[in-house]
Design a protein. Structure first.
Lengths: 126, 384
């Protein structure tokens, strides 16, 4: 079975590195990264990830608009999106869920928890 | 339209009556009491005069040829500019239907002729008092609504600020937590080089957090008034030399900062802590957004009452569409990419400049560089 691939889109170097190391080392996933929304949208279409971990606050286009663009594109519409956010209010999480995101993970996160949550949400076996 | 009785008098009154003797009697009586009085001999004259004299009250006769008092009142109430002027009817008609008709036309009171002087004066005074109270009430309502809108805007900004702080603290905290756990995780074999890099990342995130905390506390202090403008005599040129040395040291001497100083700054009175914040933030921004080895210039011109500071760089500049937001807390230019920053530097600078009652403006072009000019009084403004 081919290793599952996750695209991490976050403008913060450190967050990308922590997320990448967590998912590669602790969940055995193949991770590709993008630091802007536009780079993420291209990689989502060309690199065929199985899931996307998407930061809500991106400098060029915010995470929710990026999500909507992913949904609008037939080539990326099927890819489950998990949001990464510093917003902790339940109302924000509910709003994200209503929009159709698979799940929301709050910063700060522990690497092991990130890997575990992602696998659980996506129903992936390690 | 707000109506306030004329300052110098107890109020201005327009009397409308087609009988000259009545006009003279009423005018004399009201003038003696300190009112400014205008007279109109017919309804048509009254309708023209009212827009010129803008009275606080109109005393209006009913029985007049051509246009009676009811019609005059109807026309006054039909026009926006005259609608709110109270009309006190004065008439020889003593029947109920005349009185009712007068109130239906918009009159506020009704006096029958022949009248008693004391009664007319008491009713005029009463109507003017009511008018004043209504004006004050309206003003109070307007003030309260404005204060409420300001308070709502402040609350919105506060809430946004807290939300931004929360976000900006969570990012370095995520780094610290993440790298610490990756280091601790028993199943992971990390190379010495990776371990060292993770430790450095943790150190960097802690430093960033402390810096952010200092800046948030300073902004809070400036906005609440806890941090106050405290001017003291200083040697401005020496101050600038020392500051440049500090900034160059803290940025590992990767940029050349030169000082061009004109004027005599010995004895200039400024708040050194606030000035340090202004110049250190502007210089470190210039360093941060300039290519390695870039030239940065601090020009200072100290005149007798004002000091002009100019920080020039040839860095990445600021896109035009970002200019209106530069002094907002946590706002960062759209072209900063991976250059670290809190987005609080210019917000702090602007508040420190405001505390000095100074001015700041920014000229910048993307990929060409930025010049920030600050003017500050070089004498104390504490007593102004």
């Amino acid at each position: 079975v081919a290793t599952r691939r996750v695209l991490v889109i976050d403008d913060e170097d450190d967050i990308r590195e922590v997320a990448q190391a967590s998912l590669e080392i602790m969940a055995g996933l193949d991770v590709i990264v993008a630091c802007t929304s536009s780079e993420g949208l291209i990689k989502a279409e060309t690199e065929h990830p199985d899931a996307i971990l998407l930061d809500v606050m991106l400098p060029d286009l915010d995470g929710l608009s990026t999500f909507q663009q992913l949904q609008a594109n037939p080539a990326t519409r099927h890819i489950p999106v998990i949001l990464l956010t510093a917003k902790v209010r339940a109302s924000d999480h509910n709003r994200f869920a209503d929009l159709g995101v698979k799940a929301t993970i709050t910063k700060p996160f522990k690497p092991a928890m990130l890997a575990k949550q992602l696998l659980e949400v996506l129903n992936w076996d390690t | 339209m707000n109506r306030q009785p004329t300052n110098a008098t107890k109020g201005s009154i327009l009397i409308v009556d087609d009988t000259p003797n009545n006009l003279r009697l009423l005018a004399s009586m009201l003038t003696q009491q300190g009112y400014k009085v205008h007279s109109a001999i017919s309804g048509a004259v009254a309708l023209t005069a009212v827009k010129v004299v803008n009275p606080d009250l109109i005393v209006l006769d009913i029985n007049m040829p051509e246009m009676d008092g009811y019609e005059v009142c109807d026309r006054l109430k039909a026009e926006e500019v005259t609608r709110k002027i109270p009309v006190l009817f004065l008439s020889a008609f003593d029947d109920v239907s005349s009185k009712v008709k007068a109130f239906q036309a918009g009159g506020v009171d009704y006096i029958t002729k022949p009248f008693q002087v004391e009664e007319v004066l008491a009713r005029v005074e009463s109507q003017l008092t009511l008018q004043r109270m209504q004006t004050e009430l309206q003003q109070a309502k307007t003030d309260a609504l404005r204060a409420l809108a300001q308070e709502q805007e402040l609350n919105r900004l506060r809430s946004e600020f807290v939300s931004m702080i929360s976000h900006d603290f969570r990012t370095p905290l995520t780094s610290i937590q993440g790298f610490a756990e990756l280091l601790r995780h028993s199943g992971i074999e990390l190379s010495d080089e990776t371990r060292e890099r993770y430790f450095n990342k943790i150190d960097g995130a802690i430093e960033h957090l402390l810096h952010l905390l200092d800046e948030v506390l300073l902004i809070g202090g400036l906005e609440s008034g806890r941090v106050r403008y405290q001017p003291a005599a200083m040697d401005l040129e020496q101050f600038c030399c020392d500051l440049i040395e500090t900034v160059q040291f803290s940025t590992n001497n990767q940029h050349q900062i030169t000082l061009r100083y004109r004027g005599n700054g010995v004895g200039a009175e400024m708040d050194q802590m606030l000035l340090q914040q202004i110049l250190a933030n502007l210089l470190s921004n210039a360093v941060k957004y300039s290519p390695e080895g870039g030239q940065i210039q601090l020009e200072v011109e100290c005149q007798s009452e004002v000091a002009i500071f100019r920080v020039r760089d040839q860095g990445i500049g600021i896109p035009l569409e970002n200019h209106p937001h530069l002094f907002e807390s946590f706002y960062r230019g759209s072209n900063v990419q991976q250059i670290k920053g809190t987005g609080l530097g210019l917000a702090i600078v602007q508040r420190c400049v405001a505390a000095h009652q100074g001015n700041i403006w920014i000229e910048s072009e993307e990929n060409r560089g930025t010049t920030v000019t600050v003017t500050l009084p070089s004498v104390s403004t504490a007593s102004l």
